[in-house]
Design a binder for this molecule. Structure first.
Ligand code: FES
Length: 94
């Protein structure tokens, strides 16, 4: 499927430009690309969005410099998203 120009937004995930359908949550956009995770636990285990409704906080990412819940945030044009927030000191990129 090739969505029309008006239904697509451009986002950047960890420096990689991506397209997402307008209205898609950041969690859904992350799930559409490998590895599909949002962060790493303090033990190093990959963590992905779980509840999809703002309860589990497994989807924490940094969006435009602020830590946000990916499942509660709708993709917007030009959004800069960094995964792996909230793990070892220095692991979260700006
Ligand atoms: S997936 Fe659980 S808070 Fe976002």
């Amino acid at each position: 499927m090739n969505p029309s120009h008006s239904t697509v937004v451009q986002i950047v995930v960890n420096g990689v430009p991506l397209q997402a359908r307008a209205g898609t949550s950041v969690a859904a956009a992350l799930a559409q690309q490998a590895p599909g995770t949002a962060r790493t636990s303090i033990t190093g285990a990959p963590r992905a969005p779980l509840c999809g409704m703002g309860v589990c906080h497994e989807c924490r990412v940094r969006i435009n410099g602020r830590t946000r819940l990916a499942c509660q945030t709708v993709c917007a044009d030009g959004m800069l998203i960094h995964t792996d927030v909230g793990t070892a000191p220095g692991s979260a990129t700006p």
